[in-house]
Design a protein. Structure first.
Length: 276
């Protein structure tokens, strides 16, 4: 029988954390799901770390050839999924035990929804909490997807959160052409906006997932690149969706995206010193 939910993990050099990620998924209180993992030519032993899970009937392990960036592996696992609802979890993040149960319940209560998102907890490399509850920019309950899309632009940040925070309708993801990497740093945010524009979004204002911060490679150049790609995304969205965004919305979003990228860099540098 086809599972209600597909959880997909595009793994890449996650040997240190992938077992924690998988265990958090297999430990869900909601049981009607499959787990599909694809290793993207990792060089750190990630594929070997997956071997203990190969006999679990809920788990499918795939391999993705090198190349193609994140989109290649994110599309690979998503296209292999068979569930009506899909959640992508990166190979060093985790989801809380009731994450699937609460998000599936939100879809059941709001059948017009195409995407459900929660807040998340930010943790450092050792798993210690850095920020307990982040995301959603004040949204709560069901809202129009267009409202959510505009809010993420004017916030200058991904209000939907990292992939582990989001459960969406797989058919809509397929309809929009799978993951949108026109601006690679925004592959998750841009895709979630594309999905959200096809219906409603349900916001759960409490953390149901954790995102692991990697402080190892955050530079001024990277901060500027991310802000530049955010601005490009805002402009392209305004052009593609007349009436969704004003010129002022875009200016505000661009300015906040620049500020946010440098603020994030500062936080990462503090964490780098904390971790020695």
């Amino acid at each position: 029988m086809t599972p209600r939910v597909s959880v997909v993990v595009p793994a890449y050099n996650n040997a240190d954390y992938i077992a924690e990620t998988i265990d958090s998924i297999l430990g869900q209180t909601f049981e009607d799901f499959e787990l599909i993992i694809a290793d993207h030519a990792s060089t750190d032993g990630t594929l070997a770390a997956l071997a203990p899970y190969a006999d679990d009937p809920r788990v499918t392990i795939l391999e993705t050839p090198a190349g193609g960036g994140a989109k290649a592996n994110w599309d690979r696992v998503s296209q292999a999924a068979s569930g009506d609802l899909l959640k992508l979890v990166c190979g060093d993040d985790t989801i809380f035990p009731t994450c699937l149960a609460e998000q599936v319940a939100a879809f059941d209560e709001h059948p017009e929804a195409v995407l459900v998102a929660s807040q998340r907890t930010l943790v450092d490399a050792a798993g210690k909490t850095v920020l307990a509850a982040r995301g959603l920019a004040g949204l709560s309950g069901p809202v129009s997807g267009r409202v959510a899309a505009r809010r993420t632009v004017t916030a200058g940040a991904n209000i939907f959160g990292e992939p582990g925070c989001v459960l969406m309708r797989r058919a809509v993801l397929e309809k929009i052409g799978w993951w949108d990497d026109a601006n690679p740093y925004l592959i998750d945010e841009a895709t979630y906006v594309g999905v959200a524009l096809h219906g409603d979004v349900v916001a759960i204002p409490r953390p149901l997932a954790s995102f692991r911060i990697n402080a190892g490679q955050w530079s001024v150049r990277l901060a500027r690149q991310q802000a530049s790609q955010a601005a490009a995304f805002h402009e392209s969205l305004r052009a593609a969706e007349p009436g969704l965004l004003s010129a002022m919305d875009v200016r505000i979003g661009n300015a906040k995206a620049l500020g946010t990228s440098f603020m994030r860099r500062a936080v990462y540098m503090v964490l780098k010193r904390r971790m020695g």
